[in-house]
Design a protein. Structure first.
Length: 161
């Protein structure tokens, strides 16, 4: 899962919009654990004319970067640097209350999604059809099927499959 990172080039002016229309490049983009260079992503000014320069990346290791704003800038404002740490994606893994709890075909992608699925399961409607032995569990107040199991019975035990 990737995340947006941004930087600005400011010097004597504290307004990033003073340096719009640049074509910055990542001149250093390397894995801090083993010191190897990585292929850097492209950089885009977003929104256009704002002076905010963004790139999208999903770090799996700690990465140090140096961004060069170009020779048209004074040395005091030409470079921006930082570190991307994979721990920064934790918030994406935990999720938000807006995350989907999924269906029988799609699992949730975050912890919050799994918690929502558990709540939907516990508060949902369950239907058992004796003639087929099928037990269906639907989400709370919805027709979204969360689980379907086939139950069988013999003289000694009940099983599900």
């Amino acid at each position: 899962m990737s995340k947006w990172y941004g930087s600005v080039f400011v010097g004597t002016s504290s307004d990033p919009a003073a340096n719009t229309g640049l074509s910055p490049t990542l001149v250093l983009f390397w894995d801090t654990a083993n010191g190897t260079s990585l292929t850097p992503p492209g950089i885009t000014e977003m929104p256009s004319g704002s002076g905010f320069y963004m790139f999208n990346y999903g770090p799996t290791v700690a990465i140090q970067f140096k961004m060069d704003g170009g020779a048209g800038l004074a040395d005091t404002e030409r470079y921006a640097s930082g570190i991307l740490d994979p721990i920064q994606i934790v918030d994406q893994r935990i999720g938000t209350v807006d995350d989907s709890y999924g269906t029988t075909a799609t699992d949730p992608t975050t912890v919050m999604g799994y918690l929502k699925r558990d709540q939907e399961f516990n508060e949902g409607d369950a239907v058992f059809t004796k003639s087929t032995g099928i037990w269906d569990v639907y989400s709370r107040g919805s027709s979204t099927l969360l689980m379907e199991k086939t139950l069988t019975n013999n003289s000694t035990q009940s099983t599900k499959s």
